[in-house]
Structure formats: structure tokens, C-alpha cells
Design a protein around this ligand. Structure first.
Ligand SMILES: [Zn+2]
Length: 226
């Protein structure tokens, strides 16, 4: 009887130790999972943090952006100046949130978002010497924002004022009219009156590969299928 109770006490003690051991294991696991979840949330929230180069500007998550790149899926173009870089794209300039895409003269460019054609200018000389924007098209997105596409050749816009366009529709061909030292598409979304000097909007693109929150300068980006 006494022997049995001794054995029982031993077993009871070891079970108790085992319980403490298991509890500490579970606690460690919970803490580890908590840390991992916390880290992944910090990563996915990175896009809402201020971006260096544009003075604390907050950009929307590319996955939630209503804008696609201004060229067809599968195509790749290199950026020139982008947000808060230099020249007309410098911080504080009306075009601080504009993007330049290096495109050979005659490359079709497409609507980043659906809307109505608000303005078309296509009577400027093809190779510079006219107004700053040269030949261009403005799309009214219907929510107080407008997309502006600059530097097409003379007669290089393929839509008319009042036309309804879908996201991805060809709007015209790129060129180097106006203040363009080389052939490229200058693109910006503005809030309110789309007349220079306008208020630019900081945007990201939903289909850029790589999926950078702000497109870097002098970097190749491919347009993924929406
Ligand atoms: Zn530009």
C-alpha cells in the first residue's frame, strides 16, 4: 500500500512536470505565431507608410489601385523621371507626381482608367517648339480626377472630346512634342482643374511588374494582365 502510494506520488509529480513543460512549449508557440503574424502585417502595411522622395506622401496599396499602366498587358517600358525626382518632376512642382515612360515615337498608349475624353490638343508641331505639353489628351475619370497624357506627335490623338473610353483603350501614340527632349509619354493624374499648374495626385499602378508602390526612375516595368 505504502509502496503504491509512493509510486503514485512519483507519477503525479512527473505528470505535473510534463504539464508545465507542455504549457511552456505551447506558450512559446503562441508567442512565435504572434510575432510572425505581426511581422507579416507590418510588411503588408508598408505601402501606407510615407515614401522617401515625396516628403511623407502616403500612397495607396498597388493591389487596391484603380489605375493600370498606360500601355497594353505584356509590354515593358522603362521609366524616365518619376515622382519627386528632378526638373518638372521635382518636389513641389505641379508635375511632382508625374511619370515619364520612354516610348519610341508612334507607340500606342492606353487609358489607365475608364472615363470621358475631356480635352484633345493635336495641332502642335511633332518635334518640339510648341507649348510645354505639346499634343495631349485629358480623360475625365468622373470623380474629380483627370488623367493627362502628353507629347504625342501632331494628329497623334485617336479619340475625340466626349468619347467614353474603357480602361486599356488606346488613346493615341506617343511622341516628343512640346517640352520633351526625347520621345516619351508624360503621364499624371490630377485632382480638380486639369489646367497647368494643377494639383497632382500621388498614385500607384495595380499591374506593374515589379509591383513597386512608387515607380522608380530609369527602371523597366511590365504591364501584367488585369
Ligand atoms: Zn515628364
Amino acid at each position: 500500500m505504502r509502496r503504491c502510494s509512493f509510486i503514485y506520488r512519483l507519477d503525479h509529480k512527473s505528470v505535473k512536470h510534463m504539464k508545465i513543460f507542455l504549457f511552456s512549449k505551447v506558450l512559446f508557440g503562441v508567442v512565435l505565431i504572434g510575432l510572425l503574424v505581426g511581422c507579416s502585417q507590418a510588411t503588408s502595411n508598408a505601402s501606407s507608410e510615407p515614401i522617401a522622395g515625396c516628403d511623407g506622401q502616403i500612397y495607396i496599396d498597388p493591389a487596391k489601385s484603380p489605375y493600370v499602366l498606360p500601355f497594353p498587358p505584356g509590354e515593358t517600358f522603362k521609366t524616365g523621371l518619376t515622382n519627386c525626382s528632378s526638373s518638372y518632376h521635382g518636389a513641389g512642382q505641379p508635375d511632382q507626381y508625374a511619370f515619364d515612360f520612354d516610348m519610341p515615337v508612334g507607340t500606342p498608349f492606353t487609358a489607365v482608367r475608364a472615363g470621358t475624353v475631356y480635352k484633345v490638343v493635336e495641332d502642335q508641331p511633332s518635334n518640339g517648339g510648341g507649348t510645354g505639353a505639346g499634343n495631349y489628351v485629358v480623360i475625365d475619370h468622373g470623380d474629380g480626377t483627370y488623367g493627362l497624357y502628353y507629347h504625342s506627335p501632331k494628329d497623334g490623338i485617336e479619340v475625340e472630346v466626349g468619347d467614353e473610353v474603357e480602361q486599356g483603350d488606346v488613346l493615341g501614340i506617343s511622341g516628343r512634342s512640346g517640352l520633351a527632349g526625347y520621345p516619351h509619354l508624360h503621364f499624371i493624374v490630377v485632382q480638380g482643374n486639369p489646367t497647368y499648374p494643377y494639383d497632382g495626385l500621388a498614385i500607384s499602378f495595380s499591374n506593374a511588374i515589379p509591383a513597386d508602390v512608387v515607380l522608380k526612375g530609369r527602371t523597366e516595368y511590365e504591364a501584367a494582365a488585369p
